[in-house]
Design a protein around this ligand. Structure first.
Ligand code: PHE
Length: 349
């Protein structure tokens, strides 16, 4: 019976050192497993003298129960400790202040572009689109811009080299251009529909030009209205409504005679200088007026190009630069600010 007492002491010693579920399992296997110490001792009962068996058996069972109980107790204790350690190691410090993510904004040019579109849509204009890489025919020819017109000169137009032309031919021979205005959409729109029609055509245009008021790419909004009794008064009315919604109802508007190959008569539209109120300043160059639009009555040659009856139909067209309107509206003095994408500039809108 001495050996069993030593066995229990030995178990207690080992159990005292247990601090993980893994080592606890090893301990269980060592004593209670299939080939464990207790299991082997129970098997050995048959080899001891018959009269000693009941006492020894009882004592062995007591130790076995004790060990089982101890292992169960240790299991609860160690698993509670392990859970606690795991929770501590995975803890998130929710007291760390959050990082500020600045919200995005609509670019000022896009903002004014949508405003322009909204105003014309509210007056019943549809919205048309056309390609930015355009045929000479749509960009110039059909708009009554003859081959020797100064607008075709290289400093204005980006020519796209035709893929199957010999490399010796100069690029001015190319009949594909980056559109220099949105007016080619007039031609495309008229070919697609029949009068009466009215639509606007917003989009990007390209000119080989760069300074404080010119970038190689900028935006225009074209407008076209064609029908049986469309007059210059309709043009004046539509544009006056537009300008008063865009710059305020008391903005002075004037139509000044001008020239465009695709309109006759043609006009440029000025508004009273929004910086000096008409007194004369640096921005309006002392005149008190700012040019905001080109416009006119559609030239009969343009109607001929799209096969419209020039006796039956009349119409007006207009075109405006979106960057220029944005600069006037927000008093920005350098167009390049729009394309530098400096957040300090953009976040002001
Ligand atoms: N296309 C002209 C330009 O880019 C503007 C315009 C459009 C003028 C329609 C008259 C009529 O300058």
């Amino acid at each position: 019976m001495e050996d069993l007492k030593r066995l229990k002491d030995e178990f207690d010693l080992e159990a005292g050192k247990i601090d993980t579920l893994r080592s606890l399992n090893d301990l269980r296997v060592k004593y209670l497993g299939k080939k464990g110490i207790i299991t082997e001792l129970l098997k050995g009962l048959s080899k001891i003298p018959r009269e000693q068996r009941p006492d020894r058996g009882r004592q062995l069972n007591e130790i076995k129960k004790y060990i089982e109980k101890e292992i169960k107790r240790l299991h609860e204790k160690v698993s509670a400790e392990e859970t606690k350690k795991k929770i501590q190691s995975e803890a998130i410090d929710i007291t760390l202040p959050g990082r500020f993510i600045p919200p995005g904004k609509v670019h000022p040019v896009n903002r004014v572009l949508s405003e322009i579109v909204d105003i014309f849509v509210s007056m019943g204009f549809a919205v048309e689109e056309g390609p930015e890489v355009e045929h000479d025919y749509y960009n110039f020819e059909a708009l009554n811009i003859p081959k020797d017109h100064p607008a075709r000169e290289m400093q204005d137009t980006f020519y796209v080299k035709a893929p199957n032309k010999p490399s010796s031919s100069s690029h001015i021979d190319s009949d594909i251009v980056l559109r220099t205005h949105t007016s080619p959409v007039q031609i495309r729109g008229m070919k697609k529909r029949k009068p009466p029609l009215k639509f606007i055509a917003p989009g990007k245009v390209y000119r080989c030009d760069a300074d404080v008021s010119h970038t190689p790419m900028f935006h225009q909004v074209e407008g076209l209205m064609v029908g049986e009794d469309i007059t210059f008064s309709d043009l004046k009315g539509v544009l006056e409504v537009f300008i008063h919604r865009m710059f305020g109802p008391s903005t002075p508007v004037r139509f000044r005679p001008s020239y465009f190959p695709f309109t006759e008569p043609s006009a440029e539209v000025d508004i009273g200088c929004i910086l000096c109120g008409g007194e004369g300043c640096r921005v309006c160059k002392g005149t008190g007026w700012l040019e905001v639009l080109g416009a006119g009555m559609v030239h009969p040659k343009v109607f001929e190009a799209v096969g419209y009856d020039t006796e039956r139909y009349t119409g007006f067209a207009f075109g405006m630069g979106v960057e220029r309107l944005t600069m006037l509206k927000y008093r920005i003095d350098d167009i390049r600010l729009f394309y530098e994408n400096d957040v300090r500039f953009l976040s002001q809108f």
